[in-house]
Design a protein around this ligand. Structure first.
Ligand code: AMP
Length: 400
């Protein structure tokens, strides 16, 4: 047991259908216990728990469901009991524009929004109810991935389809990765010396990728839409395609909607174009390998990824009254100086100047700027920290 006492320990929980990712975070973000429960419901269910001093333990919990896993997680936290729990919830629909304290109404809404996030919201609700069953007095908060984007104006969030579909069926753009974009834009505004209000183009580039225009702390437009499929090219997701693609594939190949949905979400993006991998590191390595049969496909996949990211960022600048700079984050944005450079090359009319040595030095969790003094706009790499953001919003909602 460690002697370190975590101040105002807040447990952040991210429930998937068969997994729970968790982090117990101190108020000052200096101390963290983390872990991942996987394969829930199966014989090989287990928790990999990382304690304060970094020691990892693998605990087997055969057949455990979400509730049993959370009981074990609480046990593993030992005397560092949380004062509150913050849940990451993917979809908050139109109703939730901020984090909310858990009430029976909030749980009902999270479940009802299943229609918009069928894979995620039910799992999120399971986690909330499991914690409630174990510790009925522990305050809980839900932090929605969509909430940060509720400041988008109608011209950005509406689709040009009949208005009844918006009014009756809530078909509109919601945006995702909101917790990350909120953290990154807030952090950039703390780091910059520029006078506010600040306008940021934030690129969260990972296996899932999105870009957001943030002005004075508010999301004004973002690349993801009704679902996280719209927008940039991603690891396995196609991003923007012609909306008539579905009907075309049905007519010409006889595919049904489920099959098309699987192709566009799971078999497209870097994986679909390269034909080898959804992982940027692998695709980049193959693109540089003269003897690899998929070299040309991998080169095109990287080129398309960068072109589309640059094109999206440039177009999102239209949402900003003023531009302070561009922020890169996510596994790709934080680690690849080459991809950052290539995206900024696409945005060549934007008068930015890269300091190459600073750019090359930013990877593996490094945070900093990489523009020169002559650059018209600032360039930043900021490692995202959604867990800290959720812990912070949880304490704020509860007044802790
Ligand atoms: P995330 O979903 O944010 O964890 O990001 C995962 C993506 O980041 C994968 O495509 C990884 O290949 C990519 N990534 C991680 N490190 C690097 C790197 N050094 N260069 C390029 N891509 C990277």
């Amino acid at each position: 047991m460690s002697d370190t006492i975590i101040t105002k320990p807040t447990l952040v929980v991210n429930c998937g259908s068969s997994s729970i990712k968790y982090a117990l975070i101190s108020e000052d973000n200096q101390h963290r216990i983390t872990g991942l429960a996987e394969n829930l419901g199966l014989d090989d269910a287990h928790i990999v728990h990382k304690s304060l001093d970094g020691t990892k333990t693998d605990v087997h919990i055969p057949g455990a469901n979400h509730k049993a896993a959370l009981v074990k997680i609480m046990e593993l936290l030992g005397d560092q009991s949380p004062i509150a729990v913050g849940h990451r919830v993917v979809h908050g629909g139109r109703e939730f524009s901020t984090a909310e304290k858990v009430t029976p109404h909030v749980i009902e809404e999270v479940k009802r929004l299943k229609a918009l996030a069928p894979l995620h919201n039910p799992a999120n609700a399971t986690g909330i109810e499991a914690v409630q069953a174990i510790h009925p007095d522990l305050p809980q908060v839900v932090v929605f991935d969509t909430a940060f984007h509720q400041t988008m104006p109608p011209k950005a969030f509406r689709y040009a389809i009949p208005k009844e579909m918006y009014e009756t069926d809530f078909i509109r753009r919601y945006g995702f990765h909101g917790t990350s974009h909120a953290y990154l834009s807030e952090r950039a505004s703390k780091l910059t010396k520029a006078e506010g209000p600040h306008g940021w183009l934030v690129a969260h580039l990972g296996n899932g990728s999105s870009a957001t225009a943030v002005y004075n702390g508010e999301s004004l437009d973002t690349s993801m839409g009704l679902t996280p499929l719209e927008g940039l090219m991603m690891g396995t997701r196609c991003g923007d395609v012609d909306p008539s693609l579905h009907i075309h594939l049905k007519r010409t190949l006889g595919l049904n909607l489920e099959e098309i949905d699987t192709i566009l979400n799971k078999e497209s993006g870097l994986l679909g174009v390269s034909g080898v991998s959804n992982d940027m590191r692998t695709v980049e390595a193959i693109a540089n390998n003269d003897s690899h049969p998929h070299q040309k496909d991998a080169q095109l996949a990287v080129e398309m990824f960068c072109y589309r990211a640059g094109k999206y960022l440039a177009s999102l600048s239209c949402a900003l009254p003023d531009l302070t700079g561009i922020v890169f984050s996510g596994g790709i944005g934080e680690n690849s100086a080459t991809i950052r450079t290539r995206i900024l090359d696409v945005m060549r009319h934007f008068d930015v100047e890269i300091d190459s040595s600073k750019n090359d030095a930013l990877f593996g969790g490094g945070e900093g700027s990489f523009h020169t003094e002559n650059s018209r706009y600032e360039l930043w790499v900021i490692p995202t920290d959604e867990e800290f953001q959720i812990a912070q919003e949880t304490r704020k909602v509860l007044g802790l």
